[in-house]
Design a binder for this molecule. Structure first.
Ligand SMILES: Cc1ncc(COP(=O)(O)O)c(C=O)c1O
Length: 461
């Protein structure tokens, strides 16, 4: 069969050649990742002009295309956020099955916005959401959907809460969360129409958890001033230190004051799958809404996030709009249409990645991979305690440890690590103090990776 370029078509042989080339490239990447640099950051003065060329009117050879991609993007000018020694920010330690699932979802171009267009994919999405619901201990009324990540999950939940509790009228409504809360929550409230004066950022306690005394006091003060305390955002694993806010007490406070409890578990909620996580996350089951990112601690490729609502009907109440051109879509109540439950109409089959990875590896492997994240942070803590002049600032908790050296200049250290390329850690600021931080959720990180990284950091100070 001859290809017809005017129809953007490839012959079967050309498709295979291109596809095998992609698979070979990815297989090499996954196989040799530990030997590679952790990544590089390009110089904008060089990199941006290199791509600022007019688009070609005629085909370029696949060789040329792949040479450019491998030389300028995939082996350079990117951070390998799934590298075993990428210990910075929140790593994205995806797995090969997830990557292949993404290729299938994209290749079959499954439209997962409606039951009419993607009944099979919606059925799988509902099943995976139900797994997550059960792991988090939410009741059967709960449901949700896959979306791009924690930022969209927080926004979706907050919009649903605004609708359910305030009938979308935000005047005088006040929200509460700790100073350790992720910036995506600030952004979500901003997008949802809340002004800075409607947000109370409560200073966290010595363990970087939301301070209950201050929380209760601020709620009472606001009520006395005629304002409307509306929602508390609790953290199930902060980005900085992995801190978990007192979920049960916050839920009680919400119940007492008829407030909404949103839990940002984008980082940590998935840990409810393993024994250690479940114990630490008691109270998760009391959330009115919950963000949980499979692209973090459930080892999926990027953009794979999830929002869960205790009462899925509230998502529908907040988001469903029925235009005439979707009349055929809304027929049977048993035919769930994810487009009614969130912002997106056209949406990809993100749930396939988690479903297929769990089918392939089995849940026990996921549990073990998660437990390893806890253990690796503890290993790092032990190693640091044995090293001269390093101080543990927050002990290993939920796969995160933070530490400090009196002579460390963190900006210089970061730049030196970038130049060196062996590993990457980043700094953060805790109660005014700059510290270094490891997030160890990549199950392919070895103890030796941690030891060597710490030795190199020590030598760089
Ligand atoms: C606790 C927490 N919430 C929300 C987010 C935002 O998630 P995303 O980057 O997937 O939008 C992050 C990201 O690291 C996070 O750690």
């Amino acid at each position: 069969m001859k290809m017809n370029k005017d129809k953007l078509e490839l012959s079967p042989n050309e498709m295979r050649a291109l596809g095998y080339r992609v698979v070979d490239l990815l297989t090499d990447h996954f196989t040799h990742l530990p030997e590679k640099r952790v990544g590089t950051k390009g110089d904008p003065a060089v990199l941006r002009p290199a791509f600022l060329k007019p688009p070609p009117a005629h085909p370029q050879s696949p060789d040329e295309i792949f040479t450019t991609l491998t030389r300028d993007i995939f082996s350079d000018n990117m951070m390998n956020v799934g590298h075993p020694r990428f210990l910075a920010f929140v790593p994205v330690p995806s797995n090969f099955v997830s990557v292949m699932a993404d290729a299938l979802a994209s290749g079959f171009n499954v439209f997962s916005g409606s039951w009419l267009a993607g009944s099979g994919s919606v059925a799988i999405e509902l099943a995976v959401i139900d797994w997550l619901r059960q792991w988090c201990g939410l009741p059967e009324t709960a449901g949700g959907l896959f979306l791009s990540g924690g930022s969209m999950a927080n926004l979706t939940a907050i919009v649903a809460a605004r609708h359910a509790k305030l009938d979308d009228r935000t005047e005088g409504a006040v929200v509460y969360y700790s100073d350790q809360t992720h910036s995506s929550v600030d952004r979500a409230f901003r997008v949802a129409g809340f002004l800075p004066e409607q947000i109370r950022k409560i200073p966290s306690d010595a363990q970087f958890r939301l301070s209950l005394d201050q929380l209760a006091r601020r709620i009472a003060e606001d009520r006395a001033a005629g304002l409307r305390p509306f929602a508390i955002v609790a953290n199930a694993g902060t980005t900085n230190t992995g801190a978990i806010d007192p979920l049960q007490e916050i839920a009680a406070l919400c119940a007492l004051n008829q407030m909404w409890m949103h839990v940002d578990g984008a980082y940590g909620a998935a840990a409810a799958l393993c024994d250690r996580g479940r114990t630490l996350l008691q109270g998760l089951e009391l959330a009115d809404s919950l963000s949980l990112d499979p692209h973090k601690w459930l080892f999926q490729s990027m953009e794979c996030g999830c929002v869960l609502l205790r009462d899925a009907a509230l998502l529908k109440a907040a988001f469903r709009i029925m235009p005439e051109y979707l009349a055929d879509v809304h027929r049977d109540v048993s035919e769930v249409n994810p487009c009614d439950y969130g912002i997106q109409l056209t949406r990809s089959f993100r749930a396939l990645r988690l479903w297929m990875s769990i089918q392939y590896f089995g849940l026990d492997a996921f549990r073990a991979a998660m437990e390893r994240g806890f253990a690796l942070a503890e290993f790092a803590e032990r190693k640091l305690r044995s090293m001269r002049r390093w101080e543990i600032v927050t002990p290993a908790h939920m796969g995160i440890v933070t530490f400090h050296h009196p002579d460390a200049e963190y900006k210089k250290l970061h730049d030196a690590m970038l130049r060196d390329g062996f590993a990457l850690a980043t700094s953060t600021v805790l109660k005014g103090r700059t510290v270094l931080r490891f997030c160890t959720i990549n199950p392919r990180t070895t103890e030796d990776d941690i030891t060597q990284t710490l030795n190199r950091i020590d030598a760089l100070v």
